[in-house]
Design a protein around this ligand. Sequence first.
Ligand SMILES: [Zn+2]
Length: 361
Amino acid sequence: MSTIRNVALCGGTHGNERSGVTVVQRRQAIEAREISPQSAQLADAAGPAPLYAGPGDPGTLPPARKPETFALTSLISNPHAVARNRRYIDFDLNRSFGNATLHNPHSSGYEAQRAQVLNRMLGPKGSAEPACDLIIDMHTTTARLGPTIIIRESDLVARYIAAAVVMELPDVKILSYLAEERVETASANASAAEEPAAGGAPGAADRPGDYPYLAEITPHGIEIEVGPVPQGVIRAETVIWTEQIVNSCVAAIDAWNRGRTLDLPESIEVYRFTEAVDYPRNNTGEIFGFVHPARQDRDFTVLRRGDPLFLRFDGSTVPYDGADERYPVFINEAAYYEKRAGMTLCEKKMIPVAAVNPISR
Ligand SMILES: [Zn+2]
């Protein structure tokens, strides 16, 4: 495991997810000294950021923690989409980092070209000497997910950072995906169709070893997902949660670079993506139902065979009939109607971190 020297903090990968945009704009304003020291001083390296206790707490906007052992560059991933306050212009940017898109000299569409620019600027993907060692990519969701981070399980640095973040911010949950193996055979009611026009839902878009996400073009990556927040809207608690998680990641990367063990637990709980579940559809393929009221807003709540999933327009219930004991996330995420995903299912797993503590490197 090597030292993390260069990190990119990316917001606006989806242009209508404004928390990440706000965090980037704030960091850029601090770097440009446009914000007065009273209102937004860079954090004193020794002082811990105030802990935001959750949605019941009005909280305070934490200072932007300054890294001590690495360079941190803040940037807007999809500036055209941000300017229009929409997810993307031509295609989902966070599904544009597969090798086929990155290496197609004739690719058309703004995001395909932007992906190649970002790959040259921050990667390139698969390089032994990439420009950045790690990307922190900030997202929001309309689902009631709470504060979460997403890691690839084979990324040992990401596991260490995730463990450190959860130790500091126990409300944060960890979503994960596997790198090399096909996750699971889709169940009867999972989306078995070809990939949707703008790319699939998390875990459904897996191509072994070649995930299409921005955080995959560097050797290590962390995605932040906070919700619920409507698309295109800035809400304080979502921004504050995102700031807290970014600060916690910065502290964890400094600790990693210094070889500190941080008294991390031996293992961490992750919710590993297994499959996407499509909405009910009529015989012409149009959506013919919606998320069942007993399942709406119950992200991370266990799902068992026979539990209600959707209500069809005719009032009948679609029960869950897949593998027992799954944990749905991204329930009724607005951006996933086009991805044929009413929710994404996870299995709960414990994965080790002790083996990746720096002291055992
Ligand atoms: Zn997003």
